[in-house]
Design a binder for this molecule. Sequence first.
Ligand code: SF4
Length: 317
Amino acid sequence: MRVVLAQPRGFCAGVVRAIDIVERALEKYGEPVYVRHEIVHNKHVVDTLKNKGARFVEELNEVPDGAVTVFSAHGVPQAVVKDAQARGLPVLDATCPLVSKVHNQGKRYVAHGRELILIGHAGHPEVEGTMGQVGAPVTLVQSDTDVETLTIPSDTPVAYITQTTLSIDDTKTIIAALKRRFTDIVGPETTDICYATQNRQTAVRELSKLVDVILVVGAKNSSNSNRLREIGHEVGTPCYLIADGSEVEPDWFNGAETVGITAGASAPEVLVEDVIDALRRLGPVEVSELTGRQETIEFRLPPELTDSTAGRATAKV
Ligand code: SF4
């Protein structure tokens, strides 16, 4: 069996920074460090950090007074920030800078008197965080059919922003529907879909031209991993989202000569290696990697954690 690895795949700069924040907080302040929500959507990452002393909670009221608290990469609503401030909790904010950029963009549109529309998936923590950050009501749309049911008058000044981890094509369709629906609408020059999501989606499209089956390594609750799986389906290549090698099913490869592997932005490379090992247990495997776009983006760590480093996030897990 030939195995082709997508490039880029796996960890993005926002995930590396978020994990680094938890690891360095543990080193600097000692355990436990409390993390509100999964720091990134990956069980392996969460379990590894748990073993090092991190405690994951869903709500701030589960954090004891005075405990070092980390907000996850997805961002949090203002109410959570204020709650933490009121309690005097020492907070390290691991919100991805690209998510914060969307928050700020939304606030600017609201300040200019526009009604805000957020394109995203209901219930995702990034969406909940963004809706709770802009300080005004936000209308969520999840599909172009949602646009048709909006009750906002068509001449209302509106603006749209988007979740960072959507499908590029779905987002384009929804924006086109919004532009048909509203006469005075503005949005970011490019969509808010982040560089990592774009690059991984482009890479999986390239991969699909070369392989018979695609395996996406990522968590079931990872938005960007689900979008990668959907792209595989759209282009007609059988595509499976798996957490690790234990979920590989031999039947998927009947008649397949070439298998493509990619990984969502929150999935560590060790899980890609675990999947390759699982394929090796089925027979001889020859591994190659696509020459895709090289990513060089790095985000700085919060100043509290940069005493003894150059401030660059480097986590691998
Ligand atoms: S996927 Fe994009 S927005 Fe999300 S953490 Fe990574 S870089 Fe940031």
